[in-house]
Design a protein around this ligand. Structure first.
Ligand code: SF4
Length: 86
C-alpha cells in the first residue's frame, strides 16, 4: 500500500469524509469544487485509480470519471508497449 501522508495536505483534511461519498450528482459537484486547486489532487487521483477505489470523489473525479481515466491510461500504456515491440 502506498504512503498516505499526502492526505494531510488535501483541501479536505478538516472536512467530514461523508462529503466525498455523495449519494447524488449535486453532492458530487460540491466535492469536486472542494478538490479544485487541491495541492495533492494528482496524487489523490493516482492513489484512487491504482488502488481501485470504487466509491467517492477522489482527485476531483467521480467513480465513473475515474473508470474512464483508468481505461484511457490502460489504452495509452498498451499502445506504448506495442510501439516498443515494433
Ligand atoms: S483532491 Fe479532493 S479528495 Fe483528494 S485530497 Fe484533495 S480535496 Fe481531498
Amino acid at each position: 500500500m502506498r504512503d498516505t501522508s499526502w492526505m494531510g495536505n488535501g483541501n479536505c483534511r478538516n472536512l467530514p469524509p461523508d462529503l466525498f461519498f455523495p449519494t447524488d450528482g449535486a453532492g458530487v459537484e460540491v466535492a469536486k469544487r472542494i478538490c479544485e486547486g487541491c495541492p495533492v489532487l494528482d496524487i489523490c487521483l493516482d492513489y484512487a485509480i491504482e488502488n481501485h477505489v470504487d466509491h467517492g470523489v477522489w482527485g476531483g473525479e467521480s467513480e465513473r470519471s475515474r473508470r474512464r481515466i483508468a481505461r484511457q491510461r490502460r489504452v495509452h500504456l498498451r499502445s506504448k508497449q506495442s510501439l516498443r515491440d515494433l
